[in-house]
Design a protein around this ligand. Structure first.
Ligand code: BES
Ligand code: MN
Ligand code: MN
Length: 464
């Protein structure tokens, strides 16, 4: 009876649910780029309006040092459990623009091999406007069909893609207002549309920038070349010496706190469906590459990494210019696993990088944002509720998986609010998050909207 109400409501409002998301996707809410400041703020305004329409109370745009947090709540009975929904309305920059088949902020719906029902192509379609908005619509459905079984609080931020610098202080100031029983987040992926899964972990992050300085000015590479250190050559060698021949990271102490999984746990992980051939085919690579003695799933799920995200210096314009540059730069990130600590790892990196630099150059290491790794227990009421909800709508029990990405604020939810998070993602890794032609399947959008109310139902039942 209840279920029919919900399904009917979705069917009757399908087009509007889609059009509202498309409107949201038209606003370029790029948090990293100052040019888009007004657009980011306009997005917060829209979400506020949508939450009010859906039936939330005390909806407020909460100022922070950076972009605001949109808050709203519906308290039906203080004795009932409270689900705190987290999501982000900011998006990554859209560059390189020339690689998009359609403009990133003019959403279009196209069919693909993986999304035969169609997918919405736009920056933020999957990460995270599409996934965040499923929660607003699921809430509307529960309100309008009188099926909201517990209390709900929304906390939608605008700085996730730049490391959530203002949300940490905001949650500390708002501990009282954020009292609840569980954090619910849709900002991760499932294995495939016919293989539901739930992430039971996120990696942490330590993001560094390095600057290597050689001579005090750019030099003629013929006049000085061979006698003066070239900072680009040196930087490349330093980066190369961060891994050994087994693709282990060489920073002393880097693995000291890494939690090793037991053979039983690794065997359990290996049961998750995964095709190496399809993985390679999707990426057009002839082979994978990573730490010896670990599978691809383990390399992204339970092992830490060190990767250069960008490297620059010297002459990169057209044609050839003979120059021995004064400076070279790189952005280097490390993904962390339990129980590594981002501050400790940043320090170890800095010490190591300074120690391997030859005397002929100066090295400056600057840490950017970071975040701690998280694990979610599959025994918890939250996980079991999510699993039951997905099993009902997908007709299959979801597989627990370890996600490779990071949502740094999740560890703070635990530390500051004492709340566990459920990573209730519905996207696909192949949805091109952060890349050109990001998209989100219509199947995934509606499936999420349909599944979320069941989480509320089971979570309330388990907590009564
Ligand atoms: N939603 C992603 C994280 C994610 C994606 C987790 C897919 C698991 C599967 C999030 O928006 C993101 O991109 N996080 C950043 C970290 C942030 C500090 C910029 C990341 O993982 O690089
Ligand atoms: Mn995200
Ligand atoms: Mn992201």
């Amino acid at each position: 009876m209840e279920k029919n109400n919900i399904t009917n409501y979705i069917t009757e409002n399908k087009d509007r649910f889609l059009n509202e998301l498309l409107d949201l996707l038209k606003i370029p809410s790029i948090s990293a780029d100052k040019k888009y400041q007004a657009d980011v703020l306009r997005t917060a305004e829209s979400i506020k309006d949508r939450l009010i329409e859906a039936g939330a109370d005390k909806v407020e745009i909460c100022g922070t040092k950076g972009f605001p947090v949109v808050y709203g709540e519906k308290i039906i009975d203080a004795k009932l459990p409270t689900v705190v929904v987290y999501g982000h309305y900011d998006v990554q920059p859209a560059d390189p623009l020339n690689l998009w088949d359609s403009p990133p902020f003019e959403p279009v719906i196209k069919k693909t091999a993986i999304h035969p029902e169609g997918a919405i192509f736009a920056r933020g379609a999957c990460d995270d406007k599409g996934q965040m908005y499923m929660h607003v619509k699921a809430f509307e459905i529960m309100m309008k069909t009188n099926t909201l079984p517990c209390n709900v609080k929304f906390m939608i931020e605008g700085e996730e893609e730049v490391g959530s610098p203002s949300l940490g202080p905001w949650i500390i100031e708002n501990k009282e207002r954020l009292k609840g029983d569980i954090i619910l987040i849709s900002d991760t992926s499932i294995i495939a549309n016919d293989i539901p899964s739930i992430d039971t972990g996120l990696r942490g992050l330590a993001y560094m920038e390095v600057e290597v300085t050689g001579p005090n000015r750019d030099l003629h590479s013929g006049v000085y070349g061979g006698a003066v250190a070239n900072p680009i050559n040196v930087l490349c060698k330093m980066i190369a010496s961060c891994h050994d021949e087994n693709k282990h990271i060489t920073i002393p102490g880097f693995y000291d706190k890494v939690q090793e999984l037991s053979t039983a746990e690794r065997n359990e992980m290996a049961k998750a469906p995964f095709s190496l051939d399809e993985y390679k085919k999707d990426l057009a690579i002839d082979d994978v590459y990573g730490e010896n003695n670990y599978s691809t799933i383990e390399r992204t799920g339970i092992r830490p990494t060190l990767d250069v995200n960008g490297i620059w210096g010297g002459y990169t314009g057209e044609g050839a210019k003979t120059v021995l540059p004064s400076k070279a730069f790189a952005k280097i990130s490390m993904r962390l696993v339990p129980n590594q600590d981002s501050h400790e790892i940043s320090n170890l990196f800095q010490k190591y990088f300074e120690s391997i630099a030859p005397k002929s150059v100066k090295v400056k290491v600057t840490p950017h944002h970071g975040g701690e790794p998280v694990v979610v227990s599959t025994e918890s009421a939250g996980y079991r509720s999510a699993s039951k909800a997905m099993e009902e709508t997908y007709g299959k029990k979801p597989v627990p998986t370890r996600g490779g990405g990071s949502i740094p604020i999740v560890a703070l939810f635990k530390k500051e609010l004492g709340l566990d998070s459920i990573l209730f993602g519905f996207g696909l890794d192949s949805d091109a998050l952060h890349s050109p032609n990001e998209h989100y399947g219509l199947f995934n959008y509606y499936k999420g909207i349909e599944t979320i109310p069941l989480f509320y139902k089971y979570f309330t039942e388990l907590n009564k």
